[in-house]
Design a binder for this molecule. Structure first.
Ligand code: 26Q
Length: 821
């Protein structure tokens, strides 16, 4: 069956690897063996590994070609990969061997691995999910690759000064990225700006011509993505913007050489920096260009590959699936139409059919302020032909809607791609929905809300295309690699099958009563806590006890995620101890980590608040042995890998109906943390899996929140008047007990929490939250009970592997299959 003649030359034994590493030190880095430091050795190892990955990548490509496999292309403006060296070694099952080889050469592989910078080409959940998907696709031997932007600057690095966040530029490529392959031979040309001239063909057909555009070059960089076991190597293809020869010829022609070069340099801005916001659409031209750049580069690459094996675009959707990761790449719908209609001269109706059969859209957020809209005037300037096509799509679509709902002009207005409220804008979510054959949310609750709250009209029109695909995480990075002590214990208990079939961990259920296993499980947890404790001590000079409850909230700082609620609880415990002498049964260490968007004032204030509370709590002699608060700066994938294995209690406390899914929640539980959480996102499904005895549920349900908010009947002042605890906590803030040197610093928080339009309803959930925290305190005191619950959490997280998620997408949306060797 296989026509592949390519054979693997690079061996994975000690001798060949050692020789190749040495060769790379000399021939690629131009160093003498003795002069190589840890970083050099990391590069040399990466290059030796890359050689092996490239061979397998070629083999994988041949395998797909030989059977003319349908491929899935994941379009995402963000990928939060985390360090690649250790992960690739782990999936190639070369970690132990390389550790040994390095030891013989006099290096510590852990240190070498730690010298790799995180490629942080994403903000948070959505980008990390994309990275987990790629790992699972490769592990499942599925033809699925990622397409994105090769940002020069990733997400800012966070440093803390006097309790305030400061942003630093993340020039992640500083030391190079030895695993990636530059592919200048596959560069593509992307037109932008210009105008449309309406002409007519010799046959009298309407022929719009996009003219006088500038162009930018997209140069692909491939990062090999190796599946567990090393058989399949897919890739993540990231495009960098390069100035083209032709960019702004006009100015060259006018002889203004310096200005012309300057314009060229500006064109390379397109892939310069990742926008650091997760939740607000702001309509910046550069962002629009980024989104178009991704889509245009991706589609050119895909159509070229398609044409190498096919000539009939009628069959495009039988060989190509494109998944739109949120609306950021929604212009795919328009660019594919432009390509088919303008360049391939395919009839509109046919082109539309092909486009819809190709594209599918995943929504990741319910926050109204995060829904993307682009102003018509901006689109007209940047993408004049695309704007015409959007209007045409809209015209045809609204005609159908009007025919189906005669006289319902309100409905037509709501479903239009163009809003006319204020200045004209294009609604990208509507475009993504009508241009796709599948629309999915990322947890059961979220998918329900996508249908009922976000797109009710579209759901009524085409109910069949709405579906759910509950998120997951890859157990390779988030258990096997990040928590080696626990991974070993699990393998000893149930065998190593769990690595590629997480449901196997169900077998641990039987061990949850076994006191010997419980002891081992908690010993592993303690080891991880000691390690994190040492890290906290060395970075923050805060002493934390591994025998305290590690209570952790690590995620982007956002009001809807309610870090504030967590802080109110800390203040409450503090007041209980100091004012009332009520001590908890177990000491607690509250750990926070997360970045605030640079322009998000409230989120940045919350970071300051956490530091201020830490100052008071950590230094009061009455509390310092009972409560500790630590904010670990610069949350990123590599830090998450240290934090998550050490957690006892995971905080997943968003207002019900606001967190689409969450994926940190899954990582923590998988590593044996218990969750204190609201009935929101994937928490609901985790609770179903682990059972309510093994989950600390609190707070209002989504229906209750929605009902209260739509009826405008939330009365936080009444809640305040009826609760002694709340009055005490808010009183303490107003009395400046947490801001002794800066009076009124946090008054805004009290004002906000008491306002009737406080949409995250912190105070409504406060009592329920502190009661549930009381149960945590009680349960933790019983070591046996806690160990049992923790084990059952790890045992019952099988559903939340992205292997399961990817299988569901593959069957339900993409129609792609495993192509095994
Ligand atoms: C939009 C317009 C302009 C600029 C930026 C954006 C933008 C950027 C990123 C909007 C949203 C995002 C990211 C959203 C995100 O990460 N959502 C999270 O997705 C996870 C994976 O599905 C879920 O688990 C989280 O619940 C959800 O918050």
């Amino acid at each position: 069956m296989s026509k592949s003649s390519f054979t693997i030359k690079k061996k994975n034994d000690r001798k060949s690897l050692t020789a190749d590493i040495r060769d790379h030190v000399v021939y690629s880095l131009s160093k003498e063996a003795e002069a190589a430091n840890e970083r050099d050795m990391g590069k040399a190892l990466s290059l030796a590994l890359r050689d092996r990955l490239v061979e397998r990548m070629i083999q994988t490509r041949d395998r797909y070609r030989n059977v003319k496999a349908k491929r899935m292309y994941y379009f995402s403006i963000e990928y939060l990969l985390g360090r690649c060296l250790g992960n690739s070694l782990c999936n190639m099952e070369l970690l132990d061997l390389c550790e040994d080889i390095f030891k013989d050469m006099g290096y510590d592989l852990d240190e070498v691995r730690a010298s790799e910078r995180d490629p942080a080409l994403g903000n948070g959940g959505l980008g990390r999910l994309a990275a987990c998907f790629l790992d699972s696709l490769a592990t499942l031997d599925m033809p699925g690759c990622g397409y994105g932007i090769h940002y020069e600057y990733g997400l800012f690095r966070q440093s803390i000064h006097d309790g305030y966040q400061k942003e630093l530029a993340d020039y992640w490529m500083m030391e190079g990225m030895p695993l990636q392959l530059e592919r200048p031979d596959q560069a593509v040309i992307i037109p932008l700006y210009g105008k449309v001239v309406n002409t007519v063909t010799p046959d009298g057909d309407y022929l719009p011509m996009w003219m006088d555009w500038d162009d930018i070059i997209g140069v692909p960089y491939d990062i090999p993505i190796v599946g567990y076991g090393g058989k399949t190597v897919n890739y993540l293809r990231l495009f960098a913007a390069r100035a083209s020869q032709n960019f702004d010829m006009e100015i060259f022609n006018h002889g203004d050489y310096i200005r012309a070069v300057q314009r060229k340099v500006e064109s390379e801005m397109v892939s310069k920096v990742l926008y650091p916001t997760e939740s607000v659409s702001f309509g910046k031209e550069l962002r629009l260009v980024q989104e178009y750049f991704l889509v245009a580069c991706g589609l050119r690459d895909i159509t070229r590959r398609f044409l190498a094996q096919n000539d009939d675009f009628d069959e495009f959707a039988s060989y190509v699936a494109i998944q739109l990761n949120d609306t950021h790449p929604a212009l795919t719908v328009v660019e594919l139409m432009r390509f088919l209609v303008d360049e391939k001269r395919i009839q509109w109706g046919k082109a539309w059919e092909i486009t819809r059969a190709t594209c599918a859209y995943t929504n990741h957020t319910l926050l109204p302020e995060a829904l993307e809209q682009w102003s018509v005037s901006l689109l007209e300037k940047v993408l004049p032909r695309h704007l015409q096509i959007i209007y045409e799509i809209n015209k045809r679509f609204l005609k159908k809607v009007a025919a189906k709902y005669p006289g319902d002009s309100e409905k037509v207005r709501r479903m239009s791609l163009v809003t006319e409220s204020g200045s004209k804008k294009v609604r990208m979510a509507n475009l993504a929905v009508i241009g796709s054959h599948s629309v999915n949310g990322v947890s059961a609750l979220h998918s329900k809300l996508v249908k009922t709250r976000l797109f009710p009209d579209f759901y009524e029109l085409e109910p069949g295309k709405f579906n759910n695909k509950t998120n997951g995480v890859t157990p390779r990075r988030w258990l096997l690699k990040s928590n080696p002590v626990l991974a070993r214990l699990l393998t000893d208990a149930v065998g190593k099958e769990w690595i590629t079939d997480l449901s196997v961990l169900k077998r641990l259920d039987a061990y949850a009563q076994d006191s010997e296993f419980k002891a081992l499980f908690m010993k592993a947890k303690r080891e991880n806590k000691v390690r994190l404790g040492n890290f906290i001590h060395s970075t923050l000079s805060i002493n934390v006890s591994p025998d305290s409850i590690f209570d952790i909230q690590a995620k982007r700082i956002h009001e809807y995620k309610r870090q504030l609620l967590n802080v109110l609880h800390i203040m409450h415990m503090y007041i209980q101890i100091v004012d009332h002498g009520n001590e908890p049964l177990s000491p607690r260490t509250f750990i926070f980590a997360g970045k605030a968007a640079p322009g998000y004032w409230e989120a940045k204030q919350i970071i300051k608040l956490i530091h201020s509370v830490a100052d008071v709590v950590n230094n009061n002699p009455r509390t310092k042995d009972l409560l500790k608060v630590a904010f670990i700066p610069d949350y990123r994938v590599s830090l998450a890998e240290k934090i998550i294995p050490a957690c006892d209690l995971s905080e997943q406390i968003s207002t019900a109906g606001t967190e689409a899914s969450g994926t940190g929640n899954m990582k923590f539980a998988m590593n044996g943390a218990l969750t204190i959480g609201t009935y929101d996102g994937a928490n609901i499904e985790m609770l179903e899996e682990v059972g309510e005895d093994n989950f600390y549920l609190f707070g209002l349900r989504q229906e209750e929140v929605e009902q209260t908010l739509t009826a405008h009947s939330y009365r936080p002042r009444e809640v305040y008047n009826n609760s002694f605890e709340i009055r005490q906590v808010l009183g303490a803030i107003l009395e400046n007990r947490f801001s002794p040197d800066d009076h009124d610093l946090f008054r805004w928080i009290v004002d906000k929490l008491l306002a009737e339009n406080e949409q995250y309803m912190h105070l409504a959930d406060f009592q329920s939250y502190i009661n549930t925290q009381g149960m945590v305190d009680k349960d933790y005191a019983s070591k046996q009970l806690w160990a049992q619950k923790a084990i059952l959490n790890t045992a019952r997280m099988g559903k939340f592997s992205t292997d399961r998620t990817m299988q569901e997408y593959a069957e339900g949306i993409w129609n792609i299959k495993s192509i095994k060797g």
